[in-house]
Design a protein around this ligand. Structure first.
Ligand code: SF4
Length: 340
């Protein structure tokens, strides 16, 4: 470490992207778990990681949250919180049938996509989702179509009576796609995609299906857009970019890719202990940002470790000021006020 410090002592400065870190949906999801713990006491069960950040999840676990993959791991009658990524209709129904008391930390911007899917389905459309296979948000959004409705059903007059939903990740997937009726087709996207990659896939969809119906407003959320724009702006003047975020965080991975697409060496680190002194050798400007689920305390630790490795000045870039705040679920605030 000391050798590397000496070798890059030269003059690497740090620039901080703005905005970075927590978005309104992540803030809300964490507050929901904390309030549930405070008002109802431990244990509080959480289906999936409430947000994709190890530091946040470990902190909530230490306070008494129990994270589970499946609802059948939760004793009947317990309290469960659905993660910020949203859940399928089947999961909601299962929670009800098992007598679980559910509080929903689904980000309202994910819920907005769920509502779009429901409207498209009610209009008799088949729906294409652009997203990453296996991501919990994709499972939740695809799961807005009733189980058994994954393929479109047609009546004897060949009219759609139940719509299907298809998942595509790339333009190559679009080329392979076979739909029943190209004139009754709509698309939605995951909220945390790369804006540039999503634009390419949407272009391919529009070229193949000229009558495809687009969502009313952009599904990629404000926080994803602002953080990608900020990294793009920052990266063009940097020769190294560090993104703070957990490996399973979609939006954090996209930030690293955005920097890399600017031709800059870029790494995703969960925390300061993952930084390698060799990355800094010969570098002049190090850009730092954090995904929407990474807390500012981790940014501070990364800066301090970079300085320990020899980095010098820290400059905070100007950026969009975010003022979005989401309300807590009504059933939580009502239950919480009864208990106080
Ligand atoms: S990244 Fe966007 S969609 Fe996801 S929780 Fe934050 S605001 Fe909501």
């Amino acid at each position: 470490m000391t050798d590397s410090k000496a070798s890059m002592q030269a003059s690497a400065d740090i620039v901080l992207a703005n905005p970075r870190g927590f978005c309104a949906g992540v803030d809300r999801a964490i507050i929901i778990v904390e309030q549930a713990l405070e008002k109802f006491g431990a244990p509080i069960y959480v289906r999936n990681e409430v947000v994709h950040n190890k530091f946040v999840v470990d902190g909530l676990r230490a306070k008494g949250a129990i994270f589970v993959k499946n609802l059948d791991e939760i004793p009947t009658g317990s309290t469960v919180i659905f993660s910020a990524h949203g859940v399928s209709k089947a999961v909601r129904a299962e929670a009800e049938s098992r007598g679980l008391i559910a509080y929903d930390a689904t980000c309202p911007l994910v819920t907005k996509v769920h509502i779009e899917v429901a409207k498209m389905r009610d209009a008799g459309m088949e729906i294409i989702m652009i997203g990453h296979n296996g991501h919990p948000e994709v499972e939740g959004t695809m799961g807005q179509i009733e189980p058994g409705q994954v393929e479109s059903d047609y009546d004897e007059d060949d009219e759609v009576v139940a719509t299907g939903m298809y998942l595509v990740e790339t333009s190559a997937d679009v080329a392979q796609l076979q739909v029943k009726n190209p004139d009754k087709l709509a698309f939605v996207t995951q909220t945390t995609l790369s804006m540039d990659d999503a634009a390419t896939v949407i272009e391919a969809l529009k070229a193949k299906y000229p009558n495809i119906h687009a969502p009313k407003s952009e599904d990629i959320c404000y926080a994803t857009q602002n953080r990608q724009d900020a990294v793009k702006l920052m990266a063009k003047d940097c020769d190294l970019v560090i993104i703070i975020g957990s490996p399973n965080s979609s939006n954090s991975n996209r930030l690293r890719e955005v920097a890399e697409k600017q031709g800059v060496e870029a790494y995703l680190v969960d925390n300061a202990s993952y930084l390698q002194a060799s990355w800094l050798v010969g570098k002049k400007k190090i850009g730092v940002s954090a995904g929407a689920s990474a807390p500012e305390v981790l940014v501070k630790e990364v800066i301090s470790q970079l300085q320990h490795m020899g980095a010098q000045q820290v400059e905070e870039l100007q950026g969009v000021i975010e003022s979005v705040v989401f309300q807590l679920p009504k059933n939580l605030t009502a239950a919480a006020s009864k208990k106080t």
